[in-house]
Ligand binder design. Structure first.
Ligand code: C2O
Length: 501
């Protein structure tokens, strides 16, 4: 799907990406959903048609354009219960937003319950014709996108809590332990050329250690932010995160394993490399097409360290380059209640309200304590520096925290005793919040009126309440975000939604 206008038809299908047949949710017939590409500055107009029919699956839908700031278009941000009512079966909705000031690697996915785990997830790339890193690579096209997805043999409405994934799909293809030797994804390269690979984790749960045998990876972008070149052998990539890396095809003509080892999964999935699970193939032009690679992973890989990632443009971010300088400090306490089987932030578990938070604000509710869900909404003043600190270690960590409507500066990365960096911290939109004893701190500026969700990007955890809403500059929301009447029309239909399983 190219350019400013597109139609995405969401429908029910049956597919077997890893050789195991199951009901899936597809876009224009495909999972992963088709690539959407545009240039920076384009106005995107994307009509989403809900043709879902399978009663065993979620049948409402809504789509989030992950990483897009949605400046003046909060209503198009796509989080059901926050920015819109879900689109009912048989209905459609036109999302309209600008890509001004943004370029890089993004993705889009359902933001209704755990629907993206059933297949409604795809890549979104915003190209910059004046990319400052353009001299570092020769090829950057739709053939160099690498999506990582966890895949389940159960459909998500029948999963209570968290399930163990059965396979890792790379560009929609993969094998599960003990399953058939289905074809793996192949990335073709020509010796002597340099490639910009765009790696997107569309995971619902595991993080991956990503590597390509025999090749170094030079990171030049994290979550849509250009970074100073930083060379590693492997990258840990959490759910929702993206990286652009430059790969120099400077090795002997051959086949090489591309590996994405998950930190959780069924059988030996997480630890094993059993008959090509968790893998795809990097194939040099001229290498045999019929054999699996025999390459081996580096024994002592140069491991990725987020504190060594810095923005390419080192100019200080207003209000950020000093400790203690934030206008608002928010400390989050995370908890999991075994009896309720839900996550809590500062004592409250998040449940998306029937009336979306944006609609509540547009209807005149202003104070955080009057906005539903009660206790999950935090008001932020306009044009202020906000610091949020998130502890690590609560059950099933590390949790990738994602903020809508902004990129943020990671002024303290996960880990024990990691230093604060207020000078040149990496900016991104999903951050690893680490394990026990860890603290992660982010900063951003409130320049984007509207309610934005901040949540764990493990989709099972979001559905179990691991989220809050930041209501930014509430008094200015209605002036700043004029919503079309088609948006209002989504809400009366809410009661026709089938009960979510
Ligand atoms: Cu990628 Cu709230 O989502």
């Amino acid at each position: 799907v190219t350019g400013a206008q597109a139609t995405l038809v969401v429908s029910s299908a049956v597919a077997a990406p890893d050789g195991f047949e199951r009901p899936v949710t597809v876009v224009n017939g495909f999972t992963p959903a088709p690539l959407i590409k545009a240039n920076t500055g384009d106005l995107l107009q994307i009509n989403v048609v809900n043709n879902l029919t399978d009663p065993s699956m979620f049948r409402g839908t809504s789509i989030h354009w992950h990483g897009m700031y949605q400046h003046t278009t909060n209503w198009a941000d796509g989080a059901a219960g926050v920015n819109q009512c879900p689109i009912s079966p048989g209905e459609s909705f036109l999302y309209q937003f600008s890509t001004a000031g943004q370029a890089g690697t993004y993705w889009y996915h359902s933001h209704y319950r755990t629907q993206y785990c059933d297949g409604l997830r795809g890549p979104l790339v915003i190209y910059d014709p004046n990319d400052p890193a353009a001299g570092m690579y020769d090829i950057d096209d739709e053939n160099t996108i690498i999506t990582l997805s966890d895949w389940y043999h159960l459909q998500s409405p029948s999963i209570t809590g968290v399930a163990a994934n059965d396979a890792t799909l790379i560009n929609g293809q993969g094998r599960y332990p003990g399953g058939p030797q289905v074809d793996l994804a192949v990335l073709n390269v020509v010796q002597g050329k340099r490639y910009r690979f765009r790696i997107i984790s569309m995971s619902c749960d595991p993080n991956y250690i990503f590597s390509i045998d025999g090749h170094e990876l030079t990171i030049i972008e994290a979550d849509g932010q250009n970074t100073r070149p930083y060379t590693v052998d492997s990258i840990q990539i959490l759910a929702g995160q993206r990286y652009s890396v430059v790969l120099d095809a400077n090795q002997p003509v051959d086949n090489y394993w591309i590996r994405a080892l998950p930190n959780s999964g069924n059988y030996d999935l997480a630890t094993g490399f059993f008959q090509g699970t968790n893998s795809a193939i990097l194939r040099y032009f001229g290498a045999p097409m019929t054999v699996d690679p025999t390459s081996i992973a580096p024994a002592n890989p140069v491991v990725f360290d987020e504190t060594l990632l810095h923005p390419l443009d080192n100019s200080p971010v207003p209000g950020e380059p000093y400790p203690g300088g934030a206008d608002v400090n928010i400390n989050l306490a995370l908890d999991f209640d075994m009896e309720a089987w839900r996550f809590y932030i500062n004592g409250v578990t998040f449940q998306p309200p029937t009336i979306p938070v944006l609609l509540q604000i547009l209807s005149g509710v202003q104070a955080a304590q009057s906005l539903l869900p009660e206790g999950s909404v935090y008001s932020l003043p306009r044009n202020a520096s906000i610091e949020i600190s998130i502890p690590g270690g609560v059950i099933s960590s590390p949790h990738p925290f994602h903020l809508h409507g902004h990129a943020f500066s990671v002024v303290k990365s996960a880990g024990i005793d990691t230093p604060y960096n207020y000078v040149n911290p990496v900016r991104r939109d999903v951050v690893n919040t680490g394990d026990v004893g860890s603290n992660t701190t982010i900063r951003f500026r409130t320049d984007n009126a509207g309610p934005w969700i901040l949540h764990c990007h493990i989709d099972w955890h979001l559905d179990l309440g691991l989220a809050i809403i930041l209501a930014e500059d509430t008094p200015d929301v209605s002036r700043a975000n004029p919503a079309p009447s088609s948006w209002d029309n989504l809400c009366p239909a809410f009661s026709s939604q089938p009960p979510s399983a």
